[in-house]
Design a protein around this ligand. Structure first.
Ligand code: ARG
Length: 406
């Protein structure tokens, strides 16, 4: 009988390297590794060879950057999805794509299980597993970190040593980092104390705003139907556009976030984010929406954005509700076409100009000069009727001698 096959989401780090060997022994299985390249600056070169040395029978590496930005980041951007109003969710949008990669490899290889290196208290286990369940309900998911015997990094190191698993003897990074083109997340170490400000070494890609250039930089981002397509008038492919904004933003100290957030499992955790490209693009996109969307759509979309952010964070990317709400979002983006000019200066973004052929801003209505065309007298009747329910309420309260509280 042929051995069972397990596809492992492989990063090349200690956990997933130990996992390859541990799974093959524990389940008497052939291990196939799959690594997704989502644009992390950290080298992933050599990962394939490393997987083989670790005992994998086959190893895949996929450049998923284009798919990641076009099908995942752009959706989050159009939806203005910022978790708890702040986090642009680089990790949260990457997981469903990696889950899809695992499923694709498992189907191609005839594997019955997939495995990931997430812990039992984080969000990523939820995102991986709900993603896999939604795409391939018959696949089994194994999460070794939730069940194996190792209680520390040292124990894993010892196992690696005893089993000839090649582990780079790098200086212990005190932080746990997850990274892709859209942004980077840093936790652990001193960051676990919310009374402590992040030390400079917690930041991996952005310069301290204090040390950013003394001269500001101005850039123009062009959008078409909610999607950024040009930078300073030059059409760029999605990966190039995001890479350039990430590097430029990082050089100006843009995109540093420090937040306490509510995890899916109920824990509050503290995380540092560096997401220059995402922060710049959300800023620009929202400036364009302010100019173009009608009042009711703008206000309603804020609620939808919040809901979509929660769905993404909670691992429900492939859910019917996410799909339906995205259909709403896409419809709101019909006219989100135009240019936003921004200035970067020591960690800050300033809007220099907004422009769209679909702009609803009408200077003749807004102006306080002689050019004013707004019918001021019409406001009188409008307010009379608009305020009628509250006037009626106050009248009832005073006639019943009740204290007016409203
Ligand atoms: N808190 C973020 C999320 O749940 C990031 C998780 C990964 N963070 C990390 N430092 N490894 O999306």
């Amino acid at each position: 009988m042929s051995k069972r096959k397990i596809v492992v989401a492989y990063s090349g780090g200690l956990d997933t390297s130990v996992m390859v060997k541990w799974l093959s022994e524990k389940y008497n299985a052939e291990i196939i590794t799959a690594t997704g390249f989502l644009g992390q600056v950290k080298e992933i070169e050599g990962v394939k060879e490393k997987a083989k040395l670790t005992g994998a029978v086959k190893s895949y590496i996929f450049d998923l950057r284009e798919e990641f930005i076009s099908n995942y980041a752009w959706k989050a951007l159009k939806a203005s999805a910022l978790y708890e109003g702040t986090y642009p969710m680089a990790t949260a949008i990457g997981r469903p794509l990696l889950a899809k990669m695992l499923v694709d490899v498992a189907i191609q290889e005839g594997a019955d299980s997939v495995a990931h290196g997430c812990t039992g208290k984080g969000n990523d286990q939820v995102r991986f597993e709900v993603g896999v369940q939604s795409l391939a309900p018959s696949l089994n998911v194994i999460a070794p970190l939730r069940i194996w015997e190792f209680k520390s990094r040292e124990e894993e190191m010892e196992y690696a040593l005893n089993n000839n698993i090649p582990i780079k003897a790098t200086k212990d990074n005190p932080y746990s980092i997850d990274e892709n083109l859209w942004g980077l997340a840093v936790e652990c170490g001193v960051l676990e104390d919310p009374t402590v400000a992040p030390p400079e070494d917690a930041y991996q890609i952005t310069i301290n705003p204090k040390n950013a250039p003394d001269q500001p930089a101005a850039i123009t981002i062009g959008f078409e139907k909610g999607i950024p397509t040009t930078l300073n008038g030059v059409e760029l492919n999605p990966v190039e556009l995001v890479s350039q904004l990430r590097d430029l933003g990082a050089a100006y100290g843009i995109g540093r976030l420090d937040m306490i957030e509510n995890r899916v499992v109920g824990i509050k955790s503290r995380e540092i984010y560096e997401a220059p490209a995402a922060v710049i693009l959300h800023h620009a996109h929202s400036e364009l929406e302010r100019l173009v969307l009608d009042k009711e759509t703008f206000r309603y979309k804020q609620n939808v954005s919040n809901k979509i952010a929660n769905l993404i964070y909670d691992g429900l990317w492939y859910s019917p509700l996410f799909k339906s709400l995205m259909a709403f979002v896409d419809s709101t983006q019909e006219n989100i076409t135009g240019e936003i000019k921004l200035e970067f200066y020591k960690g800050n973004i300033k809007t220099l100009s907004r422009n769209s052929v679909f702009s609803l801003y009408n200077k003749n209505l807004a102006t306080y000069t002689i050019e004013d065309t707004f019918d001021h007298k019409a406001s009188e009747g409008f307010i009379k009727i608009y305020g009628l329910p509250y006037k009626t309420l106050a009248q009832v309260k005073s006639s019943s001698k009740e204290e007016v509280t409203a």
